[in-house]
Design a protein around this ligand. Structure first.
Ligand SMILES: Nc1ncnc2c1ncn2[C@@H]1O[C@H](COP(=O)(O)OP(=O)(O)OP(=O)(O)O)[C@@H](O)[C@H]1O
Ligand SMILES: [Mg+2]
Length: 340
């Protein structure tokens, strides 16, 4: 009976957590908590905690419990997941709480220890039944691809901590790579660039704002896509006085070029290992991009020019994994790739 059982599909990402319940997004918040430094007690969760990030006095600590897609701080992850599950279901701690089943997306590169840590953390957060699905498989489902068909599809998910590349056919991952170069790295490139070229010391929050406003992987965009330059104020690293600079997309395209090239090379490597029939399918179907990194301007065009295969950005790429996890949850008896 539905009211005795609740089901959640969770994308527990390095940067963001997205939860679907009954086909709807019920939670979409940054993966971060704020705790009391002395007692370790939870002070804020998700969006509220992110507002505190880089603004904390000594008594408050903010923690991002995931690194490179997997749990790095177990206690913090459990606290965060418990809080998010409570928010998503409206449930309180009670023996009368309905049974809770969750399906969680995990990176393709997860080790058995990583998987155990996710499972334990979800159980402690109140889940009675925990299943997992590899994130590239989830993205493919979320994009609407027929993952069980004898047809090769390639997914590239550029998240916060990891870029996952996978070739999928007949319900399985045939070839894949998972690298720790993604959105966080791009933000770091921007911080370094601001320091080296403009003598301005900016934090990650500001660097992210620059990335969203003028992030581009091409030094020449179509006119319709060109963003307005952004004015950035920060501390002059030499004089300590406030300094303003105007940053345009061409500058960002240059400073993140090496990082994007690393992702490109990894895509090429996976394509080189892909069996010929699947390769032909991919050339015909194109490659699908998901994750927040796929929102960088010009990315499909740049990758397509590099590998000579069309690239498509998923609709709502930040939610592809969670949406696919939700589809997997509903069809789990039909899907061979769900893991307990
Ligand atoms: N409009 C945008 N332009 C460029 N980058 C963006 C944009 N929006 C989000 N991002 C970046 O995308 C990343 C977050 O993407 P996403 O939510 O897919 O990651 P995640 O699933 O939390 O991480 P992972 O999959 O590595 O565990 C962050 O680095 C964020 O800065
Ligand atoms: Mg992700």
């Amino acid at each position: 009976m539905a009211f005795l059982r609740q089901e959640l599909a969770i994308d527990l990402g390095t940067a963001n957590t997205v939860i679907f319940k009954d086909d709807n997004v019920v939670l979409d918040e940054p993966s971060i908590i704020a705790t009391d430094t002395k007692t370790g007690k939870l002070m804020a969760l998700g969006t509220q905690a992110q507002l505190m990030e880089e603004h904390t006095p000594p008594g408050i600590t903010t923690v991002r419990p995931l690194m490179n897609g997997v749990i790095a701080d177990y206690d913090a992850a459990e606290m965060m997941l418990t809080g998010f599950i409570r928010k998503a279901t409206g449930r309180r701690k009670s023996i009368l709480a309905p049974a809770l089943r969750v399906v969680i997306g995990i990176p393709g590169g997860s080790t058995p220890v990583d998987m155990r840590s996710i499972r334990d953390s979800a159980s402690h957060a109140g889940a009675h039944d925990v299943e997992m699905i590899y994130e590239p498989m989830a993205s493919a489902l979320g994009i609407g691809l027929d993952v069980t068909a004898p047809n090769g599809n390639m997914i590239v998910d550029i998240g916060g901590g990891t870029t996952e590349i996978a070739v999928i056919s007949l319900g399985g991952i045939v070839e894949s790579a998972s690298i720790h170069i993604a959105g966080n790295e791009i933000t770091t490139d921007i911080i370094d660039h601001m320091a080296q070229q403009h003598n301005i010391h900016v934090g990650r929050t500001t660097a992210d704002q620059i990335k969203f406003a003028v992030g581009s992987v091409l030094p020449e965009l179509d006119e319709a896509e060109e963003p307005e330059p952004i004015a950035v104020t920060g501390r002059n690293m030499v004089t300590g006085l406030p300094l303003e600079a105007t940053i345009d997309y061409r500058e960002i395209a240059m400073c993140i070029d090496k990082t994007i090239a690393k992702i490109e090379n990894e895509i090429l490597k996976v394509l080189q290992k892909t069996p010929p029939e699947l390769y032909s399918n991919i050339v015909r179907n194109g490659v699908w991009l998901a994750g927040g990194g796929s929102l960088l301007r010009g990315i499909a065009k740049r990758f397509a020019a590099k590998v000579n295969i069309p690239f498509h950005v998923a609709e709502d790429p930040l939610k592809a994994v969670a949406r696919g996890t939700c589809l997997a949850l509903k069809g789990s008896d039909r899907y061979p790739f769900m893991m307990k």
